[in-house]
Each structure stands twice: as structure tokens, then as C-alpha cells.
Design a protein around this ligand. Structure first.
Ligand SMILES: Cc1ncc(COP(=O)(O)O)c(C=O)c1O
Length: 428
């Protein structure tokens, strides 16, 4: 008997009282906490401490070894480690030659860094909609947003699922655009048999605390283009060039290096990544099958060309008409009361985010005062994108990746809680 059947049958006559209304929760046991570490992580850190070499070196040491190892894991030839995923995006954009007032097409259903990294280069983020069933960039809408000023397109592999890379690469080819994949959430994800990151000109990753591969902070640019890798390396190493002298600075750059401690923990955490990846995948497949049976719930659709999903998040669509008209905020509260840490995820499309609005307006005013055309709608209402509005406003519900590291029994609890809440809510 599946979890859905069990809750359906055991409650056929009268739905149990919801925990939010004082009933007994489906579970009280906590889910796994994150990060997880063991003796090998401890030894790796201790070894680095005792080595006395705490700063990273270009060619040897933990960070260099991790950069090569992670790039190879992502089927890319080169990896440039940087301080975080936001910096990785900016470094990749600079490496791709993005200049002030160039336009870069991005989806608005993502972390703010996708937009602020573009703005940090002085370029203008132009938003395209997402697909309603995958929450990922709609490449057809991206093409509609191309102008003579567009220089790059940045798909974001939200939740760890690759965006439609065939569509994105075709748009890029037709309009001669650079492609930078924001793969912060997607280590191990693959599109038609090839890992993400090196499918376009470059791809970026984050190793921030919540991420599937975690060093507290950290990031990386991967690419198959040696010159791109060298430009990124220079940007992250105060404008030095690889064979140059220590005080030789040839281009604008920053100090974005990781420490050897971060390199050590990333190397040892990476040993655990493949097994964690498999477990997330197994549990996500279980949830996909079981949650789809609950009225009003639609798990993130999986494009058949996706051959690897990193499951940084487990996203599903919530349809309140099957929940007695109760809003998503209520649903998330009801889930928490049942012991399931669901969240509403991104609730603000990036074109409604003040940080983005203000900074984009600043660059747009500058462009106009120089007599240049610029894409900058007068108000968020003018640029509102329907699928993004629905995903942020009422539909998107998330579970975090650590939940997916549980046992099948934990997944059954999730299904049981969703089904219980749906039955009770639909009866009013
Ligand atoms: C889609 C996306 N892009 C960029 C970032 C930025 O990464 P970081 O927090 O390491 O700067 C994150 C994560 O935080 C993210 O989820």
C-alpha cells in the first residue's frame, strides 16, 4: 500500500484533525541536519592546519586539486575557484566580455545574485518568463527579449534541474550571444548525457552552506574554453596573469581566492557527493510518483532530455482550488505543523525586487543620458511575466535537499502529510 493510499483509505470516512488545528502531527522527528561530516573531513582540515599553508596557490594544494576534480566531475576542462557563487557569476560575465550597458537575459525566478551579478558588471538584466511546469527559463520567451544590445543569456538550473539547453543554445547561436549557466544549485546535473556548466561558454556553482556541496562559502566557474578560463582566473586573482610576476596586474581584477581550508573540506565533501546525489534522486522519484496522486499537487515536471537532476530543491506546484481555496502560506504552515519543513520559496520575481529595480534604473538613466537605447520597463507591472507571477505568488512550494537525504519512511511522511492536509482542506 502506498502512503497516499494509506492516508486515503484510513481517512475515507472522516479526515483526521490537522496539527495546525490541534490534531496529532504526522511526525515530530526532525529531518537530517546539514552539513554532514565525518572523520575524513576532520582529518583533512587538521592536515591543512598543520601544513601551515592556509592560502591557496595557483597550481598546487587543495584548491587547485579541487578545481580540477570538480571541473572534471562537471565534464568541463577548466575550473576557477572563487569566494562564492555570486562572485562566480560576475567573474564569468567579465570573462565573457560583458560590458556596461550590454543586456543579459535572465529568468526572474531565481536567487537575487543572478541579477545583481549582471548589474555589478554595469550590464542590464532583461527578464524572460519561466515555463509553468518546470519553473525553468522559457527559451522562446528569452528569444522574444533579444535586442540589438543583448550580449548574453543566462539560464538558471533551478532546483538542480537543467534548463532547456537545446533551446537556449539555439537562441544564442541565432543571435550570437554568450551563454553562462547559473548552475549554483546543480552540481551533478546533466542535459542529454552531458553535465551542466560547460554546455555554453561557462557555468557557475556555489558551495554556500545550504548547497549540495558545501564549504560554508565558495564558488566556481567551469568552462571548456582555455582563454575564458584564463580571463576568469585573472579576474579572481587581482588581475594577474598565470605566468606573470606577483606584482604584475594586467587587467581589472579582485581577490576572490578560496582558502586551503575550504579546498580541503570541498575535496573531502566531494567524496560523499555521488552517494548523496543517488539518494536524493531515489527519494525525489518516489515523491514525484506519490505526490502526483494528491489532487492539487504537481511536482516539478522533468524534461525527458534531463539525464541528471541535482535536486537541490524539491519543488511542486500548489493549486489552492483543490485545498478549499486556502492560500499557499496556510498550506506551508499546515505542513510545518505536521512536521514537514516546506517553504514558499521565492515569493518575489526579481523584477519586483527593490535592489534590482534601483540599480537597473541607475544604469538605464545613465544610458538614456548618453542617448543610448536601453530595456528598462517603467514599472514591474509593465514587465510582469505571468508564469513567474504565479510561481512566486501562489504556486511554488519547496522542500530542501537535506529532506531528500532521508529514508523512504521519511518520504512517506511527507506524502502522508500533504495528502492529509489536502483531504482536510478540501472538506472545508
Ligand atoms: C541560483 C543561484 N544563483 C546564485 C547563487 C549565489 O551563490 P552564493 O550564495 O554562493 O553567492 C545562489 C545561491 O545562493 C543561487 O541559488
Amino acid at each position: 500500500m502506498t502512503a497516499t493510499q494509506s492516508i486515503t483509505e484510513s481517512t475515507a470516512s472522516q479526515p483526521p484533525r490537522l496539527a495546525i488545528d490541534g490534531g496529532t502531527p504526522v511526525r515530530t522527528a526532525p529531518f537530517l541536519s546539514w552539513p554532514v561530516w565525518d572523520e575524513r573531513d576532520e582529518q583533512a582540515l587538521l592536515k591543512t592546519l598543520r601544513s601551515g599553508k592556509w592560502g591557496s596557490h595557483a597550481d598546487t594544494g587543495n584548491v587547485a586539486a579541487f578545481s580540477a576534480k570538480f571541473a572534471a566531475y562537471q565534464d568541463a576542462q577548466f575550473g576557477v575557484a572563487v569566494t562564492n557563487g555570486t562572485a562566480a557569476l560576475e567573474v564569468a560575465l567579465r570573462g565573457a566580455g560583458i560590458q556596461p550597458l550590454d543586456e543579459v537575459i535572465i529568468p526572474p525566478y531565481t536567487f537575487v545574485a543572478t541579477a545583481t551579478a549582471v548589474l555589478a558588471t554595469g550590464a542590464i538584466p532583461v527578464f524572460c518568463d519561466i515555463l509553468p511546469d518546470t519553473f525553468l527559463m522559457d527559451s522562446a520567451d528569452a528569444e522574444r527579449k533579444v535586442t540589438p544590445r543583448t550580449r548574453a543569456i543566462m539560464p538558471v538550473h533551478i532546483a538542480g534541474q537543467p534548463a532547456d539547453m537545446d533551446g537556449v543554445l539555439e537562441v544564442a547561436k541565432r543571435h550570437d550571444l554568450k551563454v553562462i549557466e547559473d548552475a549554483a544549485q546543480a552540481p551533478g546535473a546533466a542535459w542529454r548525457g552531458r553535465k551542466v556548466g560547460g554546455l555554453g561558454d561557462a557555468g557557475t556553482f556555489s558551495f554556500q552552506s545550504s548547497k549540495n556541496l558545501n564549504a560554508g562559502e565558495g564558488g566556481m566557474v567551469v568552462t571548456n574554453d582555455r582563454e575564458m578560463a584564463d580571463r576568469c582566473w585573472s579576474t579572481a586573482n587581482v588581475g594577474r596573469i598565470r605566468e606573470g610576476a606577483w606584482y604584475q596586474h594586467e587587467v581589472m581584477g579582485f581577490n576572490l581566492r578560496l582558502t586551503e581550508f575550504q579546498g580541503a573540506i570541498l575535496l573531502s565533501q566531494m567524496e560523499k557527493l555521488p552517494a548523496q546525489y543517488e539518494r536524493r534522486e531515489r527519494n525525489a522519484r518516489f515523491l514525484d510518483a506519490e505526490l502526483a496522486k494528491v489532487p492539487g499537487i504537481a511536482p516539478q515536471a522533468r524534461d525527458e532530455r534531463v539525464t541528471g537532476h541535482a535536486h537541490h530543491l524539491y519543488i511542486f506546484r500548489y493549486d489552492n482550488s483543490q485545498f478549499g481555496g486556502r492560500g499557499r502560506a496556510w498550506f506551508v504552515k499546515a505542513m510545518h505543523a505536521e512536521g514537514i519543513p516546506a517553504s514558499q520559496g521565492y515569493t518575489t520575481p526579481l523584477y519586483r525586487m527593490n535592489a534590482v529595480i534601483q540599480e537597473r534604473r541607475k544604469w538605464a538613466d545613465l544610458a538614456r543620458s548618453a542617448g543610448r537605447d536601453v530595456t528598462c520597463p517603467a514599472s514591474p507591472e509593465e514587465e510582469a511575466l505571468p508564469n513567474t507571477e504565479r510561481a512566486c505568488g501562489e504556486q511554488g512550494v519547496w522542500l530542501g535537499q537535506t529532506v531528500l537525504l532521508g529514508e523512504e519512511r521519511d518520504m512517506q511522511d511527507i506524502v502522508e502529510a500533504v495528502a492529509k492536509v489536502q483531504r482536510a482542506a478540501s472538506r472545508g
